[in-house]
Design a binder for this molecule. Sequence first.
Ligand code: SF4
Length: 203
Amino acid sequence: MNKVINYLDKLYPNPKPQLNSNNSFEFLIAVVLSAQCTDVKVNKVIKVLFEKYDINSLAFAKISDLEQILKPLGMYRKKSIYIKNIANKIIDNNYIIPNNMKDLIKLDGVGRKVANVVMAQLYNKSCMPVDTHILRISKRLGIANDKDNAYIVEKKLVTVFSESKLNKLHLQLISFGRQICTARKPKCSECELKDICIYEKKS
Ligand code: SF4
């Protein structure tokens, strides 16, 4: 685990979230919209969305108007309904974004991964949101088993890595998964984890 941490610290000393936002509400919406979409696409859509709406006007927006803006994203019909409902719920909650898993997952379109991202980035809580990159890397490194689902992988990661490292590690692993330990043709020859990596040994 130390080797993983040291290598990722060397590669990505100051990892930053890739989603753009001007406030907590925009960040929450951006994370919800990012399901099964690239951050680049979400950032383009978010810019258009929040030029036209704020939380109050979004709560009364026409779904058909939201669909036009969200169309470049996957599941844009569902997401249009989700974000309108979220705006209404956050207004009902005195404009406060929940800071815990139990209340966050009550919001439309918010599952465990999105809730963990929000808690980590908005409230600086130690969390490990497991996305497709983190799932894949954890299995390749042998931290998790092939059959483990995202929830099990999350539990294993929070057990083996120290709590203080988790938020930074989450961002580092995403960058590592995008740039080096890619789904297809990972760049193992240049990766300094290859001597501890199960995938590389199997290959
Ligand atoms: S050796 Fe290859 S598969 Fe293993 S962590 Fe590095 S890039 Fe990923």
